[in-house]
Write a protein that binds this ligand. Structure first.
Ligand SMILES: CC(C)(COP(=O)(O)OP(=O)(O)OC[C@H]1O[C@@H](n2cnc3c(N)ncnc32)[C@H](O)[C@@H]1OP(=O)(O)O)[C@@H](O)C(=O)NCCC(=O)NCCS
Length: 140
């Protein structure tokens, strides 16, 4: 994909999250310095590299395209891009109950470096879920 079509990114995001982001919201994030997107058909990663550190803002793969290594490729591509922007570590926050994402990040070498208690509100009266903060060193 060349210049990403924000409407397509929003459609993928809506398939991956309960509260999808609109094209306008994604456009607004992309205006923040250091923010970039890596996209494939049916998947994308939005990340930011600033002042020596990078973070994954969101990562989404459409359900029909999962378990084919796309997310792994997207995270690796974002890490390469972040290194080119002088970042020395890549951070992210992930829900403690997100089995797929935790498997992905652990497999790529991310380590848990923190926990934010009750970070993700859940509907239907369910208790809020902790966020794990994970980090990958980019100089290795
Ligand atoms: C998490 C997500 C991005 C993974 O995308 P994907 O393209 O299916 O992931 P990959 O195919 O690259 O998987 C890489 C590895 O992650 C792990 N993994 C991925 N999905 C998994 C699942 N459902 N259960 C357990 N492990 C899983 C596996 O270790 C997998 O390697 P393997 O297929 O060789 O076993 C995707 O499920 C998604 O969009 N989920 C909803 C949004 C989300 O949670 N985003 C991350 C927020 S932090």
């Amino acid at each position: 994909m060349g210049t990403p079509d924000l409407q397509i990114l929003a459609a993928v995001h809506a398939q991956a999250f309960d509260h999808g982001w609109s094209a306008a919201e994604i456009a607004s994030l992309l205006e923040t310095p250091g923010t970039f997107v890596v996209a494939e058909p049916e998947g994308f990663i939005l990340a930011r590299a600033l002042a020596g550190e990078a973070e994954i803002i969101t990562l989404a793969v459409a359900p029909a395209a999962r378990r084919r290594g796309m997310a792994r490729r997207l995270v690796e591509a974002a890490a390469v891009r972040a290194m080119a922007l002088q970042a020395e570590a890549l951070f992210l926050e992930v829900a403690d109950d997100n089995v797929a994402a935790l498997g992905l990040y652990r497999g790529l070498g991310f380590e848990v470096v923190g926990r934010r208690r009750g970070y993700y509100a859940r509907g239907n009266g369910e208790p809020a879920v902790d966020a794990l903060v994970m980090r990958l060193a980019l100089n290795s």
